[in-house]
Design a protein around this ligand. Structure first.
Ligand code: P6P
Length: 338
């Protein structure tokens, strides 16, 4: 009998056996992400039908208008993680400061912290373009039993124990890694079960898609301008195709399957770049590297950056290894010619 696709639940149990001394907490954490993803998916797919689309009139710390679904997604993931008593702290794009989670008896015995962008690309919600949730998981570095501190969140990406995204698109997928490769699960909405649809996802070493908001071209660093012209030049396998959805999860997901590079560089409008290191770039970088790709700030490895603040922004070059390395070459050459 043809082996049916494994469910996410079966996969988590199977993989937990790989972690000899695992307490099962990380498995329970991934399971809570799974539940929250299904709840958010339901709302995202109903957005046009119920009064949940549009701004709430508030702004988040980024100064961005909070869409109602942003707030719903943020509350759903936070509440699900709290209810399962798995984490001792949460940081979110939608919350100015980190959130301390108390477990039973007001204690802080859980060992993981989660950082997340609960609904990335939310400006696309009103125009029915796919959006995503991004999450990153670390072990706390301060003593278990004490309240979390900012140090638990300001860890370099190399310390991540898990990372992933949910893409609410033509189908809803959960893609994640615990440091042993990347696996993608597609939701069967009829029964509310995620099935293993993309085992061992790999970033092709090369690609012919470049994803960048060329509307900002005049504001880009010279190295980025030079790389864009390289992509457009008629030579060998070029010109490449330009594909930019304006939804990080969607652009990275497509490029991971087809090969490609996503770039959000610094510009005169965004001197440090736009994307946030802790809950966008680090998790995407972990996934990219686990899938054989690369993630850089244009000069060095994203996951080696020592964070200094919760919502800090960095320039982001992520995708097929050879494409990121070529872009880094242009950045270095331009830097050397300053
Ligand atoms: P721009 C969405 O707001 C986001 O954080 C990413 O998902 C997306 O890739 C980028 O910003 C789009 O930014 O400036 O090109 O509209």
């Amino acid at each position: 009998m043809e082996e049916r696709n494994k469910t996410l639940g079966e996969f988590i149990i199977e993989k937990q056996e790989d972690f000899q001394y695992s307490s099962g907490e990380l498995s329970r954490l991934i399971n809570s992400i799974r539940l929250a993803a299904k709840v958010v998916n339901y709302k995202v797919n109903k957005a046009g039908l119920v009064d949940i689309v549009g701004a709430v009139g508030a702004q988040n710390i980024q100064g961005e208008d909070q869409q109602k679904l942003d707030v719903f997604a943020n509350d759903t993931f936070i509440q699900t993680l709290i209810n399962r008593e798995i984490v001792c702290g949460i940081a979110s794009e939608e919350s100015d400061d980190f959130i301390t989670i108390k477990g039973k008896d007001e204690c802080h015995n859980n060992k993981y912290v989660v950082l997340m962008d609960p609904l990335d690309g939310s400006s696309n919600i009103d125009v029915n373009v796919s959006v995503g949730t991004i999450f990153s998981v670390f072990r706390r570095v301060t003593p278990i039993g004490t309240p979390v501190t900012i140090e638990d969140f300001l860890q370099p990406g190399v310390n991540q124990v898990a990372a992933g995204y949910v893409i609410y698109g033509t189908s809803t997928m959960l893609v994640y890694t615990t440091g042993r490769g990347v696996n993608g699960f597609t939701l069967n909405p009829a029964i509310g079960t995620f099935y293993l649809s993309h085992p061992n996802m790999q970033f092709p070493k090369d690609g012919n898609i470049y994803s960048i908001n060329e509307g900002n071209y005049v504001h880009f660093p010279q190295g980025v301008k030079d790389y864009i012209k390289y992509c457009q030049l008629e030579e060998g396998d070029r010109p490449y195709t330009s594909r930019y959805i304006g939804s990080l999860v969607s652009d990275i997901h497509r490029n991971m399957i087809k090969g490609g590079i996503y770039i959000y560089p610094t510009s005169s409008k965004a001197p440090s770049g736009k994307l946030r290191l802790l809950y966008e770039c680090n998790p995407m970088a972990f996934l990219a590297e686990q899938a054989g790709g690369k993630a850089s700030d244009g000069f060095g490895r994203i996951m080696e950056i020592q964070p200094t603040e919760l919502h800090q922004r960095v320039p982001f070059f992520c995708g097929s290894q050879n494409m990121v390395e070529k872009a880094e070459e242009f950045m270095e050459n331009a830097n050397n010619n300053l």
